[in-house]
Design a protein. Structure first.
Length: 247
């Protein structure tokens, strides 16, 4: 189950932090490390600070963008240390661990951490289903990258161990669309709203951002996703038919 949970580091600046993250992961039983556009690939310093977790560094996967790293993940949780203008569904680290373990039984789960200096961008955070924020001392909330990863990985392990002792009562398994499917849906939705004139191309505003937040909060199941895509296709087909009749 833990092999289904990947730790994703975005834009890491210092290779030593990558090594320290690998160590934090291995102590909690996680092994899947994904690197998105790191400034440098793991080097001697990274291996030294991994303190024996060299296998995790050696097997780390590297991607150019976050979208590429999460394309097959129905559940993506991004770390966020500061409030945003547009709020997003939030989880505490303990809730994050429970949710990650619960869903890792059926599909890949991504836990995403941003740059040491600035965290994740707003665009990157909008690719996530939830945000997780560590409730540190507000007067001194300076957590380094490896510390943040360690806290979240610890909660994942605690949830995993609890699951072994007292397995959750399985309800009907729910299938969720992958991140790539949702990206396709948003593109389809935006195209349809442009076609109907609901979105004015010259002045799009924040309509799509707010709609993404709405659907992220609702988190449609795969069957519901298919219905939504069908509705959009129907609207487009009707629009083309009406346009043809005018001509």
């Amino acid at each position: 189950m833990l092999d289904q949970i990947r730790i994703i580091l975005v834009g890491t600046t210092h290779t030593g932090n990558i090594g320290s993250v690998a160590r934090a992961m291995k102590t909690m039983g996680l092994s899947q490390l994904y690197l998105v556009a790191p400034k440098e690939l793991p080097d001697g310093q990274a291996y030294a600070l991994s303190a024996g977790a060299s296998d995790i560094l050696a097997n780390a996967k590297v991607f150019n963008t976050l979208q590429q790293a999460i394309t097959d993940c129905p559940l993506v949780i991004g770390s966020s240390a500061r409030s945003r203008t547009l709020s997003w569904p939030m989880l505490e680290p303990r809730e994050c661990g429970i949710q990650a373990v619960l869903e890792a039984a059926t599909h890949p789960v991504a836990l995403v951490f941003g740059r040491e200096s600035s965290g994740l961008s707003n665009d990157e955070l909008q690719l996530c289903n939830y945000h997780v924020c560590i409730a540190a001392n507000p007067e001194y909330s300076s957590l380094n990258l490896a510390m943040a990863v360690q806290i979240v990985c610890y909660e994942v392990r605690m949830a995993f161990l609890q699951q072994q002792v007292q397995p959750a009562i399985a309800e009907d398994e729910i299938a969720y669309p992958s991140n790539e499917q949702m990206l396709n849906f948003y593109q389809h939705l935006e195209q349809t709203l442009n076609d109907t004139g609901f979105i004015i191309k010259q002045h799009p505003g924040v309509v799509m951002t707010k709609l993404k937040r709405l659907f992220t909060r609702a988190r449609p199941e795969e069957a519901e996703y298919n219905i939504l895509r069908g509705i959009l296709t129907s609207v487009q087909r009707f629009g083309r038919k009406a346009q043809g009749e005018k001509e």
